[in-house]
Write a protein that binds this ligand. Structure first.
Ligand code: G6P
Length: 762
C-alpha cells in the first residue's frame, strides 16, 4: 500500500501539470480562432457599409455617418465604431466606443494600412480592427475603427481551465482508485482465490483447481476439506453452532447422562504454596488444558491427572479428589501422585525426551532409555487402576489424552471391555520410518489400538498412524472406513481438529481492546503509538521462538522505517526445565534477544521485550488485545491454540495473525498470513505486511477468522468425538445381540463361532 502511495503522488502532480498545459493550449488556440473570426467580421462589416460610409464621409455629412456607425454596432459583439481621419474631428464615434481608444493613441502601423490588434482595457479585452475607408477614386478618406468585445473569451478561458481541471482530476482519481484497488487486490487476491477454491466442493468445479498465489498461502486442500465437512454436517442435520449446552444435550440424550472420565498428565488447576504459606491456584500453560477444561465444565465427570503442585496434596479429600473449578465447582479432579523417580522416567524421560522430539520435526534427537520406558509402563498401569476406579460403570466413556498415555487404552480395555475409550493424540504423528526409531514402537501402537477411536488433529497424522500400524503390526487396515481391525476389535482412526471455547471466558472481565492497547503500552514503557507484536508460548524448541526473534531482526534490517517504532513482546513460560535441551533453549532465546536489543536499542531498552515467567490467562488475553500482530512461528505443532486464542480475543476486528504453515491451525485459519518460519525473508515480509495492513483489510480477515473459530469450537470437537463414539457403541451392542442370537438360534452353524471378525462392527 505504501508503495502504491509512492507511485500515486508523482502521478497526481504530473496529471495536474498536464491539465494546466492542456487548458492553456486550448485557450490560446481558441483566441487565435476568435481573432481570425473577428478580423474577418470587421472586413465584412466595412464591405457592406463602405459605399454609404465613404459617400457620407466625402460629403462631410456627420449626422448620416454617425447613423451608419450606429447601424454597424447592432451586431451584439461590436462594442463600438469610430472614424479617424481628416473629416472626423470632433470625434465621430458610437456611444459605447471605449474612450481610451482615442484616434491618436491607436496602435496604427501606417496610415491607410489594415491592422488588427487585441488590447486589454479596464473593462475587459477587446479586438480592434483599423480599416482604411477608400473613396471611389482610391483616395483614403479615413480609418474605420471597429472594436469587438472579447471578454466572453476570458469567461470561456476560465470555463475551459475549470473543465480541464475537473476532467483531469476525475482521471487522476480514477487512476488513484484503480492503483489502490490493484495494490489492495494483490494482497487479497489469494483470499479471493481461496474463496473460489473453497467453493469447489459445493459447486463441483470440474478439472484441475487453479494454481493459488504463493503469497502467504494457506494449505488450501485442508481448508477446503474442512469447509466441505462442515457443509456435509449441516446437510445431515447439524443443529446450529456447537455450545456447552448442545454438548450437554448430546451427553444426556445419546450417552444417557453418563459422566465422562478424562485422563491427562497435566491437571487443569495446580495448587501451589507461596512463600508466605498461602495457597494459590495456577492455570497451567498447556494447549491440552485450554481445550479440555471448558469441555469438562460442560460435561462434568472426572479429570484424572498427575498432582504436580506443591499444595496439591493439601487440597484433596480422602480419595485424592478436589472439586473444580475453584468457586464454580462442576467436575472432580482426581490426582495421582508420582514419585520423583516415576516423574523423571515417565514424564521427563520417555514422554518428553523420547516421544516429544520423535513426533515433532524440530531437529532434536529423541532419547530412548530402557529405564524411562519401564517407568512409562509403570505409570500408565497406575493410571489405568485409578481410571478404572473413577469410571462410573462398565460402559464408561473415557477420554485418554496425549502421548503420556499410549499404553493406557489397552490396559483400560482389559479392565473395562465394554467401555468406550477415545484416545486423542495432541501432537503430530510422524511417518512410519521416523516412528520406527522408537525401540518400543509395537507396544505403543498396540496400546493405542485398545481404544474405540484414535483421534488426531489432521488427516495427515491419521495417515501416518495407519502407515505405522501397517508397517509394524499384524492387523487388517480398512482404508475406506479408516479403521484398524486387530484381535477381533475395531479401532476407528479419525481427524478431529481441536479448538478453544467460544466465546473465550477470559474476555468477560477485560477492558475494551482500545483500553488494553493503551494500558499495555504504558505498562511496558512504550510510546502510545508504538507498533506491538506478541508471541505467547511455553519455552519449547518446537515453537520456533529463536526463528521468531530472528524474523523481527530481519524486519528491522530490511525495513528501517520500523526501527524505534516496532516492539515485540515475547511471553514465555518456562517449561520442562529439568531437561537439558530446554535449558539450552532458554539461554539461546536470551542471547538472541539481547543481541537484537543491542543492535537496535539505540541506547534504550530495544525492540524485544522478553518476559520469561508464568502468565495467567487474563494477562495473556490483555497482550493479545493490545497487539497489532501476533506471530505464531512453530517449527512443527499438532494444532497450536495460541493462534485461535488471539483470534478469539480480537472482538474489535483488528490485529493480524502471522502463522507458521507447520501448525495444524494453518489448515483452518486461511485468512492469517501463513509463512514458513525458517524463511526469514518471507516471515519478515509478512510481519511488514501485517504492520502496514489497512484497517479494513484487518477487519475483513479477522471477521473471517473469527467466523471459522466460532464455528469450529471445542464443543464441536468434543461433540463430534462423542457422537462418533455413540454410533460405535450402538453398532457394538447390536452386534453383541446378533451374535447372541446366532449362538442360541442356529446351533447347527457352529455353536459359539459367531460371525467373522470384520462383520462385528459393521
Ligand atoms: C503440549 C502437550 C500437552 C501438554 C502441554 C504442556 O501441548 O500436547 O499434553 O500439557 O504441551 O506441557 P507440559 O509438559 O507442561 O504439560
Amino acid at each position: 500500500m505504501r508503495a502504491a502511495f509512492r507511485f500515486l503522488v508523482p502521478l497526481l502532480v504530473l496529471l495536474a501539470l498536464v491539465a494546466y498545459a492542456a487548458s492553456e493550449l486550448m485557450i490560446r488556440q481558441a483566441h487565435r480562432w476568435a481573432e481570425r473570426d473577428l478580423s474577418a467580421r470587421s472586413r465584412l462589416v466595412l464591405a457592406s457599409a463602405r459605399e454609404g460610409l465613404s459617400g457620407r464621409l466625402a460629403a462631410g455629412d456627420r449626422v448620416r455617418t454617425r447613423q451608419i456607425l450606429d447601424e454597424m454596432v447592432r451586431d451584439e459583439r461590436l462594442l463600438g465604431a469610430r472614424v479617424c481621419g481628416p473629416g472626423a474631428e470632433p470625434p465621430l464615434r458610437t456611444a459605447a466606443f471605449p474612450p481610451e481608444l482615442a484616434c491618436d493613441r491607436l496602435p496604427l502601423r501606417a496610415p491607410g494600412a489594415t491592422h488588427d490588434a487585441v488590447v486589454g482595457l479596464p473593462g475587459g479585452t477587446v479586438h480592434l480592427s483599423v480599416l482604411p475607408i477608400g473613396a471611389d477614386d482610391g483616395e483614403v478618406l479615413g480609418d474605420l475603427v471597429l472594436v469587438h468585445d472579447m471578454s466572453y473569451l476570458d469567461r470561456r478561458a476560465a470555463e475551459t481551465r475549470k473543465t480541464t481541471f475537473v476532467a483531469f482530476a476525475l482521471v487522476g482519481l480514477l487512476a488513484a482508485a484503480s492503483t489502490l484497488l490493484a495494490s489492495r487486490f494483490s494482497w487479497l487476491s489469494w483470499t479471493a482465490e481461496l474463496r473460489r477454491l473453497l467453493a469447489a466442493p459445493f459447486h463441483s468445479l470440474g478439472g484441475a483447481a487453479p494454481a493459488a498465489s504463493r503469497t502467504f498461502q494457506p494449505v488450501l486442500a485442508d481448508v477446503r476439506e474442512l469447509v466441505s465437512r462442515l457443509a456435509s454436517e449441516e446437510v445431515s442435520g447439524g443443529g446450529g453452532r456447537w455450545s456447552a449446552e448442545r454438548l450437554r444435550n448430546v451427553l444426556r440424550t445419546r450417552l444417557h447422562g453418563e459422566g465422562v472420565v478424562v485422563v491427562a498428565n497435566r491437571e487443569p488447576y495446580i495448587h501451589e504454596r507461596a512463600a508466605d504459606g498461602s495457597v494459590r491456584v495456577v492455570y497451567p500453560a498447556s494447549g491440552l488444558v485450554t481445550a479440555l477444561e471448558p469441555v469438562m465444565r460442560a460435561c462434568s465427570g472426572t479429570w484424572v491427572a498427575h498432582g504436580s503442585g506443591s499444595a496439591d496434596r493439601d487440597t484433596v479429600d480422602a480419595h485424592d479428589r478436589v472439586r473444580v473449578p475453584p468457586g464454580e465447582e462442576s467436575y472432580a479432579l482426581r490426582r495421582v501422585w508420582l514419585s520423583e523417580q516415576e516423574e523423571r522416567g515417565y514424564y521427563y524421560g520417555f514422554s518428553n525426551e523420547g516421544l516429544w522430539p520423535l513426533c515433532h520435526v524440530a531437529h532434536t534427537r529423541p532419547e530412548f532409555r530402557a529405564a524411562d520406558w519401564e517407568q512409562y509402563r509403570r505409570v500408565n498401569a497406575r493410571f489405568a487402576a485409578v481410571v478404572a476406579e473413577e469410571a462410573p460403570g462398565p460402559d464408561a466413556v473415557i477420554l485418554v489424552q496425549d502421548y503420556h498415555f499410549a499404553l493406557l487404552p489397552r490396559m483400560l480395555r482389559q479392565r473395562l471391555p465394554r467401555a468406550t475409550i477415545l484416545a486423542f493424540w495432541h501432537i503430530p504423528w510422524p511417518n512410519a520410518e521416523r516412528f520406527g526409531i522408537c525401540p518400543w514402537e509395537r507396544e505403543l501402537l498396540d496400546g493405542l489400538l485398545g481404544s474405540s477411536i484414535v483421534g488426531f488433529h489432521t488427516q495427515a497424522h491419521c495417515n501416518n498412524f495407519l502407515e505405522s500400524v501397517d508397517r509394524f503390526l499384524e492387523s487388517r487396515i480398512d482404508r475406506e472406513r479408516q479403521a484398524v481391525v486387530m484381535g477381533g476389535r475395531e479401532t476407528l482412526v479419525r481427524p478431529y481438529p481441536i479448538s478453544i471455547e467460544w466465546p473465550a471466558r477470559w474476555l468477560a472481565g477485560l477492558p475494551s481492546a482500545e483500553r488494553c492497547r493503551a494500558d499495555y503500552r504504558r505498562e511496558l514503557g512504550l510510546p502510545a503509538d508504538a507498533l506491538l507484536g506478541v508471541g505467547v508460548d511455553r519455552l519449547d524448541y518446537t515453537k520456533g521462538i529463536v526463528e521468531r526473534l530472528q524474523a523481527v531482526e530481519r524486519l528491522l534490517d530490511r525495513f528501517p522505517e520500523f526501527r524505534g517504532r516496532f516492539f515485540f513482546a515475547q511471553l514465555a513460560s518456562p517449561s520442562r526445565t529439568l531437561i537439558e535441551t530446554y535449558r539450552r533453549l532458554n539461554d539461546e532465546v536470551e542471547r538472541v534477544a539481547a543481541s537484537i536489543n543491542a543492535r537496535f536499542g539505540n541506547g534504550g531498552p530495544g525492540p524485544i521485550l522478553l518476559m520469561r515467567r508464568h502468565h495467567e490467562p487474563p494477562d495473556i488475553f490483555r497482550a493479545y488485545r493490545a497487539a497489532d500482530v501476533c506471530y505464531v512461528s512453530s517449527l512443527h505443532d499438532g494444532m497450536n491454540l495460541v493462534a485461535k486464542e488471539f483470534v478469539s480475543a480480537r472482538d474489535d476486528l483488528r490485529g493480524v495473525l502471522v502463522l507458521s504453515r507447520f501448525t495444524g491451525a494453518a489448515r483452518e485459519l486461511a485468512e492469517a498470513l501463513v509463512v514458513n518460519p525458517y524463511d526469514l525473508e518471507e516471515a519478515s515480509s509478512a510481519l511488514a505486511a501485517a504492520l502496514s495492513m489497512a484497517p479494513e483489510e484487518q477487519e475483513q480477515r479477522m471477521r473471517a477468522l473469527r467466523g471459522m473459530v466460532a464455528e469450529f469450537n471445542v464443543y464441536r470437537w468434543a461433540g463430534r468425538i462423542l457422537l462418533d463414539a455413540t454410533r460405535l457403541r450402538q453398532r457394538e451392542r447390536l452386534s453383541v445381540r446378533l451374535s447372541d442370537a446366532w449362538r442360541s438360534g442356529e446351533p447347527g452353524r457352529g455353536g459359539d463361532s459367531g460371525p467373522p471378525d470384520e462383520d462385528v462392527h459393521r
